[in-house]
Design a protein around this ligand. Structure first.
Ligand code: HEC
Length: 149
């Protein structure tokens, strides 16, 4: 017979495995291999961010943590979703690659605000979380104005 203690040890190791799988899934980002794939991936990422940010300000607790983490992951991936010259079938302007430093700086401003939003959400500081999300949202318009046709 399996003892209760053994069962809970099994449950804990199952949880650990799930936790590791979750962490691995988050890290398993494969950069696009063609310009077409890059356009598809960034459009999907942009839409996901847009959908998340429409409701993120109403979230608290674990839901706020999850939203901030997804936005952070998405911003961290953005530089890889804009390989040089990937403008076919896209609203991305060629100025992105002529002024990559400015483009990358806007992404970094959003990424670091998302990181701060995540830390605030984890600390239960919802006011801080919302204020950082506001900073993330300002980067959307800032970049679109400059780098999207
Ligand atoms: C660093 C620049 C940059 C940032 C930051 C940025 N975007 Fe974008 N976004 C773009 C570019 C460039 C395109 C055009 C992509 C394409 O067509 O290849 C785009 C396209 C979009 C689209 C249109 C997707 C479609 O259906 O074609 C949406 C929606 C969008 N962005 C939402 C957002 C939101 C919401 C944020 C902020 C959370 C954001 N973006 C932040 C550069 C940016």
């Amino acid at each position: 017979m399996i003892s209760t203690r053994k069962i809970s040890a099994l449950a804990i190791s199952a949880l650990l495995v799930l936790g590791l799988a979750g962490a691995a899934a988050q890290e398993a980002f494969t950069p696009p291999s063609t310009p077409e794939e890059a356009v598809r991936m960034r459009v999907a990422t942009m839409r996901e961010n847009g959908a998340l940010l429409r409701t993120a300000g109403m979230l608290t607790g674990a839901e706020a943590v999850a939203a901030a983490r997804t936005i952070l992951d998405n911003y961290a991936e953005l530089p890889d979703l804009f390989p040089e010259g990937s403008t076919a079938g896209s609203d991305a302007l060629p100025t992105i690659w002529q002024d990559w430093a400015s483009f990358a700086a806007i992404i970094e401003a959003g990424r670091s605000a998302a990181e701060a939003a995540l830390a605030a959400a984890e600390a239960g500081d919802i006011a801080g979380y919302n204020s950082e999300l506001g900073t993330v949202m300002r980067t959307c318009g800032q970049c679109h104005q400059q780098f999207r046709s």
